[in-house]
Write a protein that binds this ligand. Structure first.
Ligand code: NAP
Ligand code: HSE
Length: 429
C-alpha cells in the first residue's frame, strides 16, 4: 500500500544551507509529486531569532521552539542544517524517537555520534540520511553505500576541504605565501571568520571519519583520524615540490590494510599526473579504489548554498520515496565489522624533507649514516645553492615506518651540523 498525503518538512536552521533547501523545495514543488508520487511542503523553520523576518518566507512558518516541531505529528521529515553538536544531537535524537525521518548536513555530529544516531534510526525504522555532510554537492555517501556495495573498498583519497584547496592552489599557481592566500580566501568568503577547522585539517578529518566508516563497514570517529593542517607549508616548499614533478594537496586518506584501518589528513606531495592533482580552487574530489571498480573519482563543488542543498534535497526525496512505499530505514548503518584503527607511528610513509645544514665535508655522510641506522633509504636528493656557510638539502625518502623516520629526525635535531629541519611533508604513493 502507498501513502497519498502531503509530506511535511521542518527545516532546523535557516543560514546558508537552510535557505538553499527552502528555495529548492519551492523550485521543485511541482516536480516532487512526479518524482516521488507525493507532494511536499515546508511546514516549519527553526531559527535562534524568530523575530527577524526572512525574505519571501511566511513568518508563520518561523519558530525558535523545537518543541513545537517535535509535538507536531504531521511533520514527517526534519532537516537539520544548524551545525554543531548540541542541540543538534538532541533534536535529531528526539525527532527520530518521535517517528520522524531526518536529513542532516552536520559532519561535526556524524563524525562523532554517527554510530549512536544511525543505530537509533535503525531501531525506529526511520531514515537518517547525511549526503551533504561530506563534500557538499558531490554524491559520495549514497554511491559508496549503494552503487559500490558490490566492491571491497580498500582506499579512499579525498580533497574534501574547499578552503584549503583554494589556498594551496593560489600558493601553487601564483607563488603566494600561506597567509596571503588565506587572506584572499577570507576576502572571497571561502574561509570562515575563524578558519581553524579548515586550515588545521579538522573539517577534512570529520569528513574522512564518515567516509571511512562507510567504505570499510567499521566505525571510524573523528578522534581516530590523525590530522595535520597546511599552516606550515611555505611558498618555497611548493617551488621545490614543483621541480620534483609534484603538487602539494591536503589529502584525506583512509586505507584498509591487513592489520587495521589507516586514517589521516595531511598536506602531501602528489605526482602532478595524478587525477587529484588537477582538482583546483574550491573544488573537491574523492578517489575510491575497489576490487571490482578499480578506481573511481567523484568531483564537484564541496560547499556553498545550492550544491549543499542539492545533496539535502536528494535525501529528502529518498525519505519521501521510502515513506510512500512504507520502507523507511531501508539503508541504515552499514558498520557490521569492528576493525582496529592504526596509530600513525605504525604506518609506512615516504617523506619530503628540507634541511638547512652546515656546508663542510662529511655532513652528507653523517646524515646518510643516521638515516641508514634507522632504516631510512633516500630515493631522491638535491642540494640547493649555498648561503653563509650553509647548504640546503631537499630529499625524498623511500617508504619507511613512521616511528623509525621520527627517530632519525630526533637525532637530526640534536646534531650541530643541522641548523634547521625546515619542512617535513609526507609523499603520497
Ligand atoms: P549557518 O549559515 O551558520 O546557519 C546556521 C543556521 O542555524 C542559522 O539560521 C541559525 O539561526 C541556526 N541555528 C544555529 N544554532 C541554532 C539553535 N541552537 N537553535 C535554532 N537555530 C539555530 O550554517 P550553514 O553554513 O548553513 O551550515 C549548516 C550545516 O551544514 C552545518 O552542519 C555545516 O557543517 C553543514 N554544511 C555547510 C556547508 C556550507 O557550504 N555552508 C557545506 C556542507 C555542510 P540564526 O539565523 O537565528 O542565527
Ligand atoms: N568549510 C568547508 C570547506 C565547507 O572549506 O570545504 C563546509 O564543509
Amino acid at each position: 500500500m502507498r501513502e497519498s498525503r502531503i509530506i511535511r518538512v521542518a527545516i532546523l536552521g535557516f543560514g546558508t544551507v537552510g535557505r538553499g533547501v527552502y528555495d529548492l523545495m519551492q523550485r521543485r514543488e511541482n516536480e516532487l509529486e512526479e518524482k516521488t508520487g507525493l507532494r511536499a511542503q515546508v511546514a516549519r523553520i527553526l531559527v535562534r531569532d524568530a523575530g527577524r523576518s526572512r525574505d519571501g518566507v511566511d513568518q508563520a512558518l518561523i519558530t525558535d521552539r523545537f518543541e513545537e516541531i517535535l509535538a507536531d505529528d504531521s511533520i514527517d521529515i526534519v532537516v537539520e542544517v544548524m551545525g554543531g553538536i548540541e542541540p543538534a544531537r538532541t533534536y535529531i535524537t528526539e525527532a527520530l524517537k518521535s517517528g520522524k525521518s531526518v536529513v542532516t548536513a552536520n559532519k561535526d555530529l556524524m563524525a562523532v555520534h554517527g554510530g549512536e544516531l544511525l543505530s537509533l534510526a535503525g531501531s525506529m525504522e526511520r531514515d537518517l540520511l547525511f549526503e551533504a555532510s561530506v563534500a557538499g554537492g558531490i554524491p559520495i555517501i549514497r554511491p559508496m553505500k549503494q552503487c559500490l556495495a558490490g566492491n571491497h573498498i580498500t582506499e579512499i583519497i579525498g580533497i574534501v576541504n574547499g578552503t584549503t584547496n583554494y589556498i594551496l592552489t593560489r600558493m601553487t599557481q601564483d607563488g603566494m605565501e600561506f597567509s596571503d592566500a588565506l587572506a584572499q580566501a577570507t576576502e572571497l568568503g571561502y574561509a570562515e571568520a575563524d578558519p581553524t577547522a579548515d586550515v588545521e585539517g579538522y573539517d577534512a578529518g570529520r569528513k574522512l571519519a564518515i567516509l571511512a566508516s562507510i567504505a570499510f563497514h567499521s566505525r571510524v570517529t573523528f578522534d581516530d583520524v590523525h590530522t595535520e593542517g597546511i599552516t606550515k607549508i611555505s611558498a618555497a616548499d611548493i617551488r621545490y615540490v614543483k621541480e620534483m614533478g609534484c603538487v602539494i594537496k591536503l589529502l584525506a586518506i583512509a586505507r584498509e590494510t591487513g592489520d587495521g584501518i589507516e586514517a589521516s589528513v595531511q598536506p602531501m606531495l602528489l605526482p602532478a599526473a595524478h587525477p587529484l592533482a588537477s582538482v583546483n580552487d574550491v573544488f573537491n574530489a574523492v578517489f575510491v579504489h575497489g576490487d571490482a571498480i578499480d578506481d573511481a573519482m567523484f568531483y564537484g563543488r564541496g560547499a556553498g548554498r545550492y550544491p549543499t542543498a542539492s545533496a539535502c534535497m536528494g535525501d529528502i526525496i529518498d525519505c519521501m520515496r521510502n515513506i510512500h512505499f512504507r520502507c523507511m530505514g531501508r539503508i541504515g548503518c552499514s558498520c557490521y565489522r569492528s576493525l582496529p584503527v592504526k596509530s600513525m607511528e605504525e604506518t609506512m610513509q615516504r617523506y619530503f624533507l628540507r634541511l638547512q645544514v652546515e656546508d663542510k665535508p662529511g655532513v652528507l655522510a653523517c646524515i646518510a649514516s643516521v638515516m641508514g641506522r634507522h632504516g631510512v633509504s633516500v630515493k631522491q636528493m638535491v642540494q640547493k645553492p649555498i648561503q653563509n656557510n650553509s647548504a640546503e638539502l631537499v630529499l625524498i625518502s623511500d617508504s619507511v615506518r613512521e616511528a623509525d623516520f621520527c627517530d632519525a629526525l630526533e637525532e637530526f635535531r640534536g646534531m650541530d651540523m643541522i641548523y634547521e629541519v625546515s619542512s617535513l611533508i609526507r609523499v603520497y604513493e
